[in-house]
Ligand binder design. Structure first.
Ligand code: NDP
Length: 252
């Protein structure tokens, strides 16, 4: 499927890899200028080079979304280079499962600060641009990548699930505020997707169980999820796909 996103300016977090990188590539191929936000500069440069080699326009902006000052200066860089963004995709996230009894406050803090508060920091900095686009009658999109884990419990994933339930509820709760101004809010809940996300799990048993899931199921590709992002943001501006759940067909 092809999408028309000429004259759109997009900011994608988590753009160094996985769903964020695939989304950036697809939005750029559809004509959007894309700002790529993540911590790893080398990986952002790789994604930007790939987009530019395909004829797109990309800007790599290293940022740590757990740091408010870093997010603010990233937003300044994007605005200086591209002007205000009218399309924001929050795909940055970490998944650090461990049994709740292990009391891993380091992981809890990192997941909450990245998945939930980091998403809020991005929204705070880029909301004025979304509002301005909507006020001028142009499309304006906020897309949050949550997870099926917001609804479906997995052992040892309680805190990750809580952050993703928070993202889903945040998306729902923002709609009355932003929808009234014609800023679309879309929440996407993917199931098992083939990315680097499980690479940070430090518990060998849980890492093994997640690996078995990837062997048992044909995981979605990052591109499958990116395709939904591109689809939803290219609808007419009065059409808001509020909630998208996408699973590999055999995933219960
Ligand atoms: P990846 O690990 O490939 O992507 C996560 C991205 O987040 C990385 O590019 C990483 O880049 C970035 N990131 C992490 N921490 C920070 C930070 N502090 N500041 C800025 N960027 C950060 O995995 P996915 O593509 O799978 O993950 C994308 C989203 O999809 C996540 O929110 C995840 O929870 C969600 N999801 C994934 C599923 C799956 O099965 N893979 C299923 C359901 C939802 P860097 O390290 O350079 O900062």
């Amino acid at each position: 499927m092809t999408y028309e996103l000429q004259n759109r300016t997009a900011v994608i977090t988590g753009a160094a890899s996985g769903i964020g990188a695939a989304t950036a590539e697809l939005l750029a191929a559809a004509g959007a200028r894309v700002a790529l936000l993540s911590r790893r500069r080398d990986r952002l440069d790789d994604v930007a080079a790939k987009i530019e080699a395909a004829g797109g326009v990309a800007l790599a902006v290293p940022v740590d979304i757990t740091d408010p000052a870093s997010v603010r200066s990233a937003a300044d860089r994007v605005t200086a280079a591209f002007g205000p963004a009218d399309l924001v995709v929050n795909a940055a996230g970490v998944m650090l499962p461990n049994p709740i009894g292990d009391g891993r406050e380091d992981e809890w803090t990192r997941m909450i600060d990245t998945n939930l508060t980091g998403t809020l920091r991005i929204i705070r900095e880029f909301l004025p641009g979304l509002r301005a686009a909507a006020a001028e009658g142009r499309p304006a999109d906020l897309v949050n990548v949550s997870s099926i884990a917001a609804h479906v419990p997995f052992p040892a994933f309680a805190v990750y699930a809580a952050t993703k339930a928070g993202v889903t509820q945040l998306s729902t709760a923002l709609r009355p505020e932003l929808g009234a101004e014609m800023v679309r809010v879309t929440n996407i809940e993917p199931g098992l997707t083939d990315t680097e996300l499980s690479g940070h799990i430090d518990n060998p048993d849980i890492h093994g169980r997640v690996g078995e899931m990837y062997q048992a199921l044909p995981a979605l590709s990052a591109r499958d999820v990116a395709d939904l992002v591109a689809y939803t943001v290219s609808r007419p501006r009065h059409v808001n796909l509020r909630q998208l759940i996408v699973l590999p067909t055999p995933q219960a």
